[in-house]
Design a protein around this ligand. Sequence first.
Ligand SMILES: CC(C)(COP(=O)(O)OP(=O)(O)OC[C@H]1O[C@@H](n2cnc3c(N)ncnc32)[C@H](O)[C@@H]1OP(=O)(O)O)[C@@H](O)C(=O)NCCC(=O)NCCS
Length: 336
Amino acid sequence: MTFRRAAITSVGRFLPEKVLSNKELAKMVDTSDEWILARTGIRERRIVEKGTGTSELAAKAAQEALDRRGISADDVDLIIVGTVTPDMMFPATACLVQDKINASRAWGFDLSAACCGFVYSLSVGSQFIASGMHDRVLVIGADVMSSIVDYRDRATCVIFGDGAGAVLLEASEDDAGLIGFEHKIEGAGGKFLNMPGGGSRHPASNETVQKGMHYVHQEGRQVFKYAVRRTYETTTKLLDRFDMTPDDVTLLIAHQANVRILDATAQRLGLPPEKVIKNIHKFGNTTGATIPLALYDAVEENRLDKGDVVLFSSVGAGFTAGASLFRWGGLRNGDG
Ligand SMILES: CC(C)(COP(=O)(O)OP(=O)(O)OC[C@H]1O[C@@H](n2cnc3c(N)ncnc32)[C@H](O)[C@@H]1OP(=O)(O)O)[C@@H](O)C(=O)NCCC(=O)NCCS
């Protein structure tokens, strides 16, 4: 077995057409455009038509990544979907995606780490490339948060949106690719952000529905504090390990949960605004999808050159925290 670096060689995304603006939300709950914008940085978010499963978004994002790369789904070895809103408890969303894109040789699974779903999936997928076991891994972050948000609860419904982003991992041909990662879970924080109903402990019943247990519950302030502290700690620990400092980072592509979390993180790390990708104003918090959607925008805006260092970072329900460092090698298209 030879050790190889995993590089991101293609990107794709899918966003539902329907836009839900702050003004429209203000007609549904006691909130305002001003409050949402000032406290979260969100202007609007995308929402699926009712009855649309996460696999539909995930498959479309994956297909774009394959099309941009110019390869067939038959070339994919492994599909990992980071999501907390699978179409159903089982089968896994990855199986549904495999069927939708006709990835005839692929195996796959879902990875449940809430807002860290994509970052963790990226690290896991990279190991299969590094070990030489696989040549092409699709890593997807996708969520239909509108399916688990209570649109009567102003403290949660203004934050979330729906979307999907995908990347293709392949072996690097030079020193580009995954440099390293730092992940941590802290289960004691689970009480601050969860969806208690529908699992084995509280299976769906009239009672769980009446008590709103199939919706997202969160203590926003606790999550906010944890996010700022842990993002800083995780990213600095990772940079230290490779004798790097924030000065070595070209772009911070962090989970888009709240613009104030992004700003506080950038300030603590001493990163100027031009080194931080922000697209939360357009899409809100799409959970597993925020980071690949932000990467997609970075690519579209030509903000990455070969050799640049990208710092991905996220925190989420669990609590989960994670960061990874990639040296950018550029996207590939056509054979090669
Ligand atoms: C949820 C969040 C936006 C709330 O912002 P905040 O500044 O912490 O606000 P608070 O929860 O302290 O509430 C302040 C006031 O605003 C009110 N409020 C909450 N949501 C509101 C809304 N949508 N519109 C208007 N007022 C609102 C509260 O009721 C409270 O009123 P009170 O002072 O009369 O009690 C913020 O805590 C947050 O983003 N947390 C992280 C959440 C997150 O990232 N979750 C996903 C996991 S990664």
